[in-house]
Ligand binder design. Structure first.
Ligand code: 13P
Ligand code: SF4
Length: 341
């Protein structure tokens, strides 16, 4: 079949899939099947050619479908990818991730064209913090500093004092002069920070539905079956799982820990796709995973990437004042901690 027909067919089925992401489907985590292996290589070749023509850099988050790793210039965690992109001389940044990540890339590289292949690739956690709600909470606690996790919209970052990632949240909070801190939007990460600081943390009632539904009994069963395995968990998980973990870190820190730790087996408590990446990076070790997928992350496909590079769909744009405000919050974090992973 000619390439343009393959592309058209797959764009149509990707769009059908995206349109079908209702809440019920999200909860079931049904995924669009990947493209046929015989067609996959043709699409990858096309994307690599388009990438050259557009002088583009392709950023791929650790939770993306494994075939997306084949077109990546950089694979990594949410903030680390944007920092990397800002350092390149590319004209175009194509972000295979979710919308708040592409916005962060735009904030850090305002003169570059930033593309998100699927505009519906949102984040349930980022959606739980709105500007209106934050203004209300700020009015209630005027003495408190506002610390926004990287999983927030650029608009929310722009009215925050400082940003943080899962790797540096405690360091960022402890660097502040204020005794009280409004921490948003993840209550699980906020609770973890509270356990490591003297400051009073005002928790936000937000959570990631993928991490929050990881089940402690499944973890206990894994631990019983593999008593020698080390447990690595993302801090967006519930406290009862974090308490049973050996190492708590963002996606950028997981491979580093697995490489440096002496254990052979690891139980990975986060989104399912992380184990695809860990198996690639540390092939000599074994990774057991929970099969909870983030459908937003998995809704980016090779055909949609090709379409974005051909048509500029969907370009991320942000008002000047939002870029300026969000940049200030991110720069303040980077001044406190180079530990963005
Ligand atoms: P990282 O910042 O650790 O990559 O996590 C992003 C995310 O969306 C976790 O759910
Ligand atoms: Fe958002 Fe959760 Fe998906 Fe991460 S895994 S992008 S926090 S919905």
């Amino acid at each position: 079949m000619p390439l343009y027909l393959i592309l058209n067919n797959h764009i149509a089925s990707s769009i059908r899939y995206i349109n079908s992401i209702t809440l019920a489907r999200l909860m079931e985590s049904k995924l669009m099947p990947p493209v046929l292996v015989s067609e996959e290589q043709k699409l990858i070749d096309l994307i690599l050619e388009l990438k050259k023509q557009r002088n583009a850099v392709i950023l791929v988050h650790n939770y993306q479908r494994p075939e997306m790793f084949k077109i990546a210039d950089y694979i990594g965690d949410s903030l680390g990818l944007s920092v990397k992109a800002a350092e390149t001389k590319a004209d175009v940044i194509l972000f295979c991730g979710v919308k708040f990540m592409a916005e962060t890339a735009k904030v850090l590289s305002p003169s570059k064209t930033v593309l998100l292949p699927n505009l519906d690739a949102g984040c349930s956690l980022a959606d739980m913090a709105t500007v209106e709600k934050l203004k209300e909470v700020k009015n209630k606690y005027p003495d408190a500093a506002v610390v926004s996790y990287v999983n927030t919209t650029a608009e929310v970052k722009a009215i925050s004092d400082i940003c943080c990632t899962s790797a540096n949240a405690v360091e960022v909070v402890n660097s502040l002069r204020n005794k009280r801190v409004i921490f948003l939007p993840d209550k699980n990460l906020g609770r973890y920070v509270q356990e490591h600081t003297e400051k009073e943390i005002i928790l936000w009632d937000g959570y990631c539905f993928v991490h929050d539904k990881l089940d402690v009994n499944t973890l206990k069963e894994f631990k019983q079956k593999y008593p020698d395995a080390k447990v690595i968990a993302h801090p967006e998980c519930k406290d009862e799982l974090l308490k049973l973990s050996d190492h708590i870190c963002g996606t950028g820190g997981m491979a580093k820990f697995a490489k440096s730790d002496g254990s052979k087996n690891f139980i990975v408590v986060t989104e399912c796709g992380m184990t695809d990446k860990l198996r690639q990076d540390v092939p000599e070790k074994n990774f057991l995973s929970f099969c909870n997928v983030c459908p937003y992350m998995k809704s980016t496909t090779l055909p949609l990437v090709a379409r974005a590079l051909i048509t500029n769909q969907n370009e991320i744009t942000l008002p000047e004042d939002i870029i300026k405000g969000a940049r200030k919050a991110i720069d303040r974090m980077l001044a406190v901690s180079k530990n963005a992973a």
